[in-house]
Design a protein around this ligand. Structure first.
Ligand code: ZN
Ligand code: ZN
Length: 432
């Protein structure tokens, strides 16, 4: 009997998003399957690993629908193995990985390769396939075949399709398969060689700016195209106030549009750039306090549907350089919960159920997968969290292969105590 598949979680507060009312109970998992949820389950003689969850929250495992695992092609930065280890340390049991690998995930064999690799990884990995061949923005991929092979969405993330006519064709084509298009919205004519948000701090620090127009113009374009084509679009990593406003309007008009935001865009504003820390160099850029507050408001109002890490690993040599030369991106899987929880629940008093839905049921629905539930008969995908624990993010504790976290040195509330993924205990906090 595998002890890692026989687990007893004692005395936790079990989040029930469906019922609305939480249970304070024990959970018995035998051979990976939840077999009993009850008060005072006795684990004696059952050969179980016991988890003391007193004072902790027991949540369905998190879903992060925007992650870069870098495999194949950039295994020095991250692999499916190390990326999923980082995921489960952050309580994430399902990740959707982006297509900008080398080669690009634009054919069935690569979709199958990712799914095959996922079987031995710490958590489930679902591939997002490219919208255009080689992310070149020219010819559309075989979306039907790719989605049959297991792609859960389509995205040229890292790139934006410049040609409006091709974008319109992608939307019309995607309609035949009812798959979500995950859109990185950037007008390259505006963003150009910009490094950070255009505003007071870019001027003061002498760093080339990226205007919010870069994002807003393309979102406006894609909303117009989605209206005309009826396509299902998902705008990823919102950064501007304009984006929130436009998407709210589009939703009210019945456009099939959803969107997400990252913890770093919720956590920071561009005043942090004064540190000249290149981990703050991300795309889209971290914007003004006004934009950040609009994102928080967008979550509260229900305009923003999900929180994603946009986990983007880069080597030290790509970051330990000047702002101009450094790569764009921050890792984020390990801090997905705690960073967003700190800002939204601790500071903004966002309802915990609402928050959990942004990293479980809501992204699941967008990519068309069944959300895990904590109920008898289900294979266990569970995260146990201590929401009182506060800790500083330290580089030496990062398990991701790349250490470029924008949160290093910042104190975050909420700590993952353990993660059970596909029925196995895959992560447990060392000091317990
Ligand atoms: Zn992107
Ligand atoms: Zn990305």
């Amino acid at each position: 009997m595998d002890k890692n598949k026989n687990i007893l979680i004692k005395s936790g507060r079990i989040i029930n998003l469906n019922k609305g009312k939480d249970d304070y109970s024990d959970i018995l998992i035998i051979d990976g399957v939840i077999t009993e949820i009850n008060k005072e389950i006795n684990g004696a003689g059952k050969n179980v690993t016991e988890i003391d969850a007193k004072g902790c929250i027991v949540s369905p495992g998190f879903v992060d629908m925007h992650v870069h695992l870098r495999e194949p092609g950039f295994e020095d930065e991250e692999t499916i193995e190390t990326g999923t280890m980082a995921a489960v340390k952050g309580g994430v049991t399902t990740v959707a990985c982006m297509a900008n690998t080398k080669p690009v995930i634009d054919n069935q064999s690569l979709v199958k390769y990712i799914l095959e690799k996922s079987r031995s990884a710490s958590c489930r990995v679902l591939p997002v396939a490219a919208m255009t061949v080689g992310l070149e923005g020219k010819s559309i991929t075989e979306m039907g075949l790719l989605s049959e092979a297991g792609a859960v969405g389509f995205s040229d993330d890292g790139m934006c399709v410049r040609d409006s006519r091709i974008m319109y064709e992608i939307m019309r084509y995607s309609n035949q398969f009812d798959v979500p298009l995950i859109l990185h919205e950037e007008d390259y004519f505006i963003s150009g060689s910009g490094l950070v948000n255009e505003g007071y701090y870019s001027t003061m620090l002498g760093l080339e700016g990226i205007s919010s127009l870069s994002e807003d113009l393309i979102i406006e374009r894609d909303i117009t195209l989605a209206k005309k084509s009826g396509a299902k679009i998902h705008v990823t990593h919102l950064s501007t106030r304009g984006a929130v406003e436009m998407i709210e309007r589009a939703k009210n008009e019945g456009v099939r549009i959803t969107c997400d935001v990252t913890p770093h865009h919720l956590f920071f504003n561009d005043s942090y750039l004064t540190s000249f820390n290149t981990n703050f160099k991300v795309k889209p850029p971290i914007r003004s306090e006004e934009d950040r507050l609009a994102l928080v408001e967008g979550i509260k109002k229900g305009v923003i549907d999900a929180i994603v890490s946009d986990h983007a690993p880069h080597l030290d040599i790509e970051k330990n350089t000047t702002f101009r030369l450094a790569s764009f991106g921050t890792i984020g899987l390990e801090t997905l919960f705690s960073a967003a929880f700190t800002r939204l629940c601790v500071e903004e008093k966002l309802d915990l159920h609402k928050f959990i839905s942004l990293i479980t049921t809501s992204p699941s629905k967008i990519i068309g997968i069944n959300a895990s539930e904590i109920k008898v008969g289900e294979v266990a995908n569970i995260t146990v969290l201590d929401t009182e624990k506060e800790e500083e993010v330290k580089k030496e504790n990062i398990v991701s292969k790349s250490k470029n976290s924008v949160f290093i040195g910042h104190k975050l509330r909420g700590k993952v105590i353990c993660t059970i993924s596909r029925g196995s205990l895959v992560y447990r906090l060392n000091n317990l």
